[in-house]
Design a protein around this ligand. Structure first.
Ligand code: G3I
Length: 370
């Protein structure tokens, strides 16, 4: 009898284990954090059917890679273009996703007219604040209750943790950040509001972000999340740096979004580890060593790196509320053209043909504890 029971139990547990084995990233991490992808124009419009199938099957959050940046959504003073953003939000709603808005206030991808009057003079503080408020109310207001999280201010810090001397800063003063969060909160009091930046794993910049969050909190400004972008390489950041950053932000009572994850395995073309979009480097075959496929040894390093990173995110699942990959397949990634144009990079979890990579399997296995 007891043998029969034991057999039955083995069968049932076996079946249960089969039924529970996760077959997608979003299922594997359900209950831990959202798994997101930044999506591009072809994916938003439905032209990239292969990419869309991957997004719908694997991810439960999306970020707009470009279509909500100021230059795209608000190219001229009296012209907003909501064609792509409307399709982006509809795509997320159709697939019941956690929808991210990226971004409202950034020094980059913002047209020159934003900062100038008709005669070409720099605006006054009040005029620029009015323009910022109008933009934020128009864009956030349109998607109220549908975009759940906004990157309100993007990349406002220098590497030493001081504030970047952008035109926002120069014209308005340091409180431009406070104002941006205030306006976003007015426009959608229910939305999560995020400060988003790269290199927050480095101590000086992390400390700058901590000071910023504390200042916002002291002023009663509703900041809910810090976005650690995580444009990583194989050796940066160290897991200690990453742990320390997540812990430090967690202690402030905000959540952490891993907001733009990718892992660059190509030789570094710049002296500094950065994700500054204005940086450029010249083409050179030595910087593009694997145009026809990745050697196994490097593939294995990438796989281990992804497993290590997700190990840290899982450890901090109480603080981390989403992990967003910056792209869907390797073919989509900005890393093929930055900082050197025309390289073949391998930074994501799906290869150029849309096939899951060994790194994908490792990330999936990690969640199910196998
Ligand atoms: O759509 C135009 C196309 O019509 C034109 O022919 C072509 C010629 O250059 O440009 C196309 O636009 C490009 C766009 O990507 C879409 O591919 C822009 O030039 C190019 O600047 C833009 O790059 C984006 C970059 O931000 C700047 O906005 C990348 O795709 C995007 O991945 C990258 O994302 C940033 C985050 O927003 C912030 N954090 C860093 C991250 C990586 O740089």
């Amino acid at each position: 009898m007891s043998v029969r029971i034991a057999l039955l139990a083995t069968c049932l547990f076996g079946l249960a284990a089969t039924a529970q084995a996760p077959t997608s990233l979003k299922a594997a991490y359900h209950g831990d954090f959202y798994i997101g992808a930044a999506i591009n124009t072809a994916q938003i419009t439905g032209e990239d059917t292969r990419g869309d199938a991957i997004i719908a099957a694997q991810f439960d959050s999306i970020s707009p890679e470009n279509c909500l940046k100021w230059e795209n959504v608000h190219p001229q003073p009296d012209k907003y273009d909501f064609n792509l953003p409307d399709q982006y939000v509809a795509f997320g709603q159709k697939n019941h996703m956690f929808i991210v808005g990226h971004n409202l206030v950034w020094h980059s991808q913002t047209p020159a007219w934003v900062f100038h009057d008709d005669k070409g003079n720099l605006l006054t503080r009040d005029a620029l604040l009015a323009r910022m408020r109008d933009h934020i109310h128009t864009v956030v207001g349109r998607y109220k209750g549908r975009i759940q999280s906004w990157d309100v201010v993007n990349e406002a810090l220098n590497e030493d943790g001081t504030l970047r001397p952008s035109l926002w800063y120069k014209i308005i003063g340091p409180d431009y950040i406070e104002k941006a969060f205030e306006y976003a909160h007015e426009a959608d009091p229910g939305a999560q509001l995020n400060y988003n930046d790269y290199n927050l794993e480095n101590e000086p910049k992390r400390n700058g972000a901590i000071t910023l969050v504390k200042q916002l909190q002291a002023a009663g400004i509703p900041i809910s999340t810090v976005g650690i972008q995580e444009h990583d390489s194989l050796d940066w950041p160290t897991l200690d740096q990453l742990n320390a950053s997540i812990e430090a932000f967690g202690k402030l009572g905000v959540k952490v979004a891993i907001s733009e994850l990718d892992v660059d395995i190509l030789p570094r073309a710049t002296r500094q580890q950065t994700a500054d979009v204005s940086v450029r480097a010249a083409q050179n075959p030595a910087l593009n060593p694997w145009p026809n496929g990745l050697p196994d040894s490097v593939e294995q390093q990438l796989t281990k790196r992804y497993a290590d990173l997700f190990g840290v995110y899982l450890k901090h699942r109480e603080v981390v509320n989403r992990v967003t990959l910056w792209g869907v397949t390797d073919a989509d990634s900005w890393k093929n053209d930055w900082p050197v144009p025309g390289r073949t990079n391998y930074p994501l979890l799906f290869d150029r043909s849309g096939k899951p990579k060994p790194a994908y399997d490792a990330v999936l296995r990690l969640a199910s504890g196998q």
